[in-house]
Design a protein around this ligand. Structure first.
Ligand code: G6P
Length: 606
């Protein structure tokens, strides 16, 4: 994972490097570092922990170079310590890396035999030594880098600078994203366009196997075979983005509050509000005859996909296969001829999702992706992109991206249902109207946020929390449990309500809060039975429902009163209490809500 950045600037670049890294912290934040070429020498500063530690270090020990690279890390090889923080260097080469060099052990042994002395436990350091080794044999930096790249196996995005070369930087991409930013007599490299937004909106995305040689006044991209190639220069839309929490204490809270607005934007993109119909792009397949839809994703995006499976099966009557990306690909799932494969990803860079997309593409599937980052790799490799208009999501625990994914997927389900003759015009208008009302319900629920602060006192004392749901509420229960464990570190499990008696019921006692996600729909009675089983064993129920407390025939410890909703849209609205329970519990417990330990927002390793 990790975020990388490089600048060939007109003035000292250390401060700008740190500014860019701040925008990349979502990719990892356990240590950081920068290096510049100063009077021909390579100078670096690194610090364990958050970026502010690096900033403080730079205040005490500034760097003056005008050519530099920077890195924010999510540890894969070697503990998160200063010695393992990037940049890594040999005597004359300095490198930052995102990804994994798979053959680093054999390279390290070979280079050690040739006299290299390693100073870290990372896979990255071999890259610096390998290039130096090539240079010792007489190669110039560009040729040495080209030879070294040919020996690396794995996934990487690299930015490299050289001692004695103040106007040279090399970038390379194999499996991890890298963008070139074009300035006025300045050049930039970054893991994404957001990192480069303060400096330029002109970006070129490298393709797999590409590497680029940058000078302040020119650049040249070559492909894996060393042939000169042209890649389009795009105008990035990231420039308007400010990393700003507004009046909110955390990005996560700001993003929770933005949901009503961004869901509206996303829905507007896929429906004609006035006509009450879905207006969907042509997916390039005949939805009436497509044999199966395969959905895959990771983490929260997977739960959005799981909701979509329920929607597509129930409303469009189409068979849907779904699995987490890391499993779908490796179990070599057979794909039907003419099938449609849907990938859901906020970042559009998740390595497992991308690999599974490629697997499905090779198996002849039509590839549709629901992504939040427009120019991401997953977006670029899809046949059709369905953007979610959530805007940049900074909090590591996904909130608004999730509900925007649900919004786009709900419209997809309706488009497929219509194409398959499963949706009358009247029914379509009814379901579209229900979707249109979602933002209003979210806004009114957010007025009662105090409630969650009270509940948090109770949750914060729990060691385990269970979340139960049935049907469309099952994925929401899973998401509720994931949110809580991600940011509060309290152990939580989501379960299908009916499965509880097959195991988790053994956990229940008066110390275990059991969150029951139970809209008053056609499955409500069944869930009530499961709730009674919990109550009979002393379990403390937190009922999230529009049903009356009295109608359930058992004691509940707390009732989060939900509005009456059309059953189709309950996942979109019931996601909110899940987010707020987790958020307020984490705040009370004093965890790092926006950057919880061990996690990263964009997971670009398998
Ligand atoms: C990480 C994030 C999650 C996210 C998942 C998938 O685990 O912490 O919030 O759901 O990756 O990410 P994607 O960018 O593909 O949606």
């Amino acid at each position: 994972m990790c975020g990388i950045v490089g600048i060939l600037g007109a003035k000292p670049v250390a401060e700008d490097l740190v500014d860019a890294l701040r925008r990349l912290e979502y990719r990892g934040y356990d240590s950081a570092g920068v290096a510049t070429v100063e009077n021909g020498h390579l100078e670096r500063r690194r610090a364990e922990g958050k970026l502010r530690n690096l900033s403080e270090r730079l205040m005490r020990e500034p760097l003056a170079g005008k050519a530099g690279i920077g890195h924010t890390r999510w540890a894969t090889h070697g503990a998160p310590s200063e010695r393992n923080a990037h940049p890594h260097m040999s005597e004359n080469v300095c490198v930052v890396h995102n990804g994994i060099i798979e053959n680093f052990r054999e390279l390290r042994e070979e280079l050690t035999r040739a006299g290299a002395v390693f100073a870290s436990d990372t896979d990255t350091e071999v890259v610096a030594h390998l290039i130096s080794y090539e240079m010792r044999k007489g190669a110039e930096p560009v040729e040495a880098t080209r030879n070294a790249l040919g020996r690396l196996r794995g996934a990487f995005a690299l930015a490299i600078i050289f001692a004695g070369h103040d106007n040279l930087m090399i970038g390379a991409r194999e499996g991890s994203p890298l963008a070139v930013g074009h300035g006025d007599q300045q050049m930039f490299l970054g893991s994404d366009a957001i990192a480069l937004a303060p400096f330029t909106d002109k970006v070129t995305y490298l393709e797999e196997g590409d590497w680029v040689v940058l000078h302040r006044e020119s650049f040249e991209i070559r492909d894996r075979q060393g042939r000169k190639v042209e890649r389009p220069m795009l105008t990035s839309q990231a420039s308007g983005f400010l990393v700003d929490k507004g009046n909110h204490r955390h990005f996560m809270l700001k993003e929770i509050h933005e949901q009503a607005e961004v869901i509206s934007h996303t829905l507007t993109n896929y429906m004609d509000m006035a006509a009450g119909t879905v207006r969907f792009p042509d997916l390039g397949v005949d939805l009436a005859t497509v044999p199966r839809i395969t959905i895959s994703a990771c983490g929260t995006a997977y739960y959005a996909g799981l909701v979509a499976k329920y929607w597509l099966e129930r409303y469009a009557r189409i068979p849907v296969e779904i699995d987490v990306a890391s499993e779908l690909r490796y179990r070599e799932a057979p794909m039907p001829e003419g099938g449609l494969a849907v990938f859901v990803s906020q970042s559009g860079e998740t390595a497992d999702t991308l690999a599974t997309l490629r697997y499905c593409k090779a198996a002849g599937q039509r590839i549709v992706s629901v992504v939040n980052v427009r120019n991401s790799t997953i977006a670029r490799e899809s046949h059709v992109v369905l953007p979610t208009l959530a805007g940049p999501e900074i909090g590591v625990a996904s909130t608004k991206a999730f509900t925007c994914q649900l919004s786009a997927l709900a419209c997809l389900a309706l488009a497929v249902a219509r194409a398959r003759g499963q949706l009358s015009e009247e029914r379509e208008r009814e379901l579209v109207r229900a979707l249109v009302e979602v933002p209003r319900h979210l806004t009114s629920l957010l007025r009662d946020e105090r409630r969650y602060e009270e509940l948090a006192h109770w949750f914060s004392k729990a060691k385990d929390v269970l979340y139960l749901g049935r049907g469309l509420s099952y994925p929401i229960a899973l998401e509720g449990a994931l949110k809580l464990k991600e940011i509060s570190y309290i152990h939580a499990e989501g379960y299908a309500a009916g499965e509880m008696k097959h195991g988790p019921i053994a956990l229940i006692d008066e110390k275990v809060p059991v969150v029951v996600v139970a809209p008053n729909d056609d499955l409500f009675e069944k869930t009530v039975s499961n709730m009674q089983e919990v109550a009979a064993r002393g379990g403390q129920i937190v009922l999230v429902s529009d049903a009356d407390r009295d109608s359930i025939g058992c004691e509940v410890a707390a009732h989060i009163r939900m509005p009456a909703l059309h059953p189709f849209v309950t996942p979109l609205v019931y996601a909110l209490p899940m987010q707020l329970i987790a958020y307020h519990t984490a705040v009370l417990m004093g965890t790092d809500v926006d950057q919880p330990r061990n996690l990263a927002k964009s997971v670009t390793v398998e």
